[in-house]
Design a protein around this ligand. Structure first.
Ligand code: ATP
Length: 235
């Protein structure tokens, strides 16, 4: 049994079905990427795992540690050990770094302490009193991941963590995500369009196209198979 087992997941919105039988599994401690073009269904897959009222799940199963997550609230899912960092990062702009992390700690069932969290983020540790609204996009992404880590999850879901960030920040985030995964053993499922970044951090990759998983590939194959990248990822 895997830590996360998504099987035959069908989901969509009022406007139509988006996922047509998605299968994704993540083992304990794995760092996995879900790659695909714009609109392929990556965010919808993460939302279906993390809960909430969008999208509508039409069929299939989402099992976490042997238990179904379908129908649970986002809060209940988080309490079971799944942290979700959505694309919009969701930090509190008027709160400081410290307050943002402490708020996440206060809401978690079995949180880490703030010093342990900030050890992974030396940049944030240097700006604990800074308000999130005055931070760069990269710093806010670090803060969003720090908040997710604070809950001490077993699985972190990251929605396009590198999007719109300068290359040196992308590299820094790659290192931080890899370090969290290696040192704390937290499994990570990240969705990306940025193939280079996914290749740099993940052990294994799912490729999604038009709401279906079309390939499951190793980093080596993804690096070497130009035809596959062209066909499904346009790079
Ligand atoms: P992106 O990189 O654009 O986020 P994605 O692979 O994450 O791409 P999704 O966001 O899952 O793709 O979107 C898949 C399809 O679902 C798209 O056609 C999109 O327009 C549609 N969609 C996404 N969110 C909603 C929503 N809240 N209501 C209706 N349709 C939606």
């Amino acid at each position: 049994m895997s830590l996360l087992d998504v099987s035959d997941l069908e989901a969509g919105y009022e406007t139509g079905q988006v996922l047509f039988g998605v299968d994704v599994s993540v083992e304990s401690g794995e760092l996995i990427s879900l790659l695909g073009r714009n609109g392929a269904g990556k965010t919808t897959t993460l939302r279906a795992i993390a809960g909430g009222d969008v999208p509508d799940v039409l069929g299939g199963a989402v099992q976490f540690d042997g238990e179904s997550l379908l129908g649970l609230s986002p809060y209940e899912i988080a309490r079971r050990g799944v942290s979700f960092v959505p694309e919009d990062r969701r930090c509190f702009p008027r709160l400081t770094v410290d307050e943002n992390v402490r708020l996440a700690i206060n809401h978690a069932a079995d949180p880490l302490d703030i010093e342990t969290v900030l050890e992974f983020f030396p940049e944030l540790a240097e700006m604990r009193e800074k308000h999130a609204r005055n931070m760069s996009g990269g710093e806010q992404q670090m803060l969003a991941i720090a908040r997710a880590l604070a809950a001490n999850p077993r699985l972190m879901l990251l929605d396009e963590p590198f999007e719109g960030l300068a290359p040196y920040i992308v590299r820094r985030l790659e290192d931080i995500i890899a370090e969290i995964n290696e040192e704390s053993g937290i499994a990570v499922l990240l969705v990306e369009q940025n193939v280079a970044a996914a290749v740099a951090v993940a052990d294994r990759h799912y490729v999604i196209d038009e709401g279906r998983i079309v390939e499951t590939v190793s980093t080596e194959r993804l690096r070497e198979d130009e035809a596959l990248r062209q066909r499904y990822l346009g790079v």
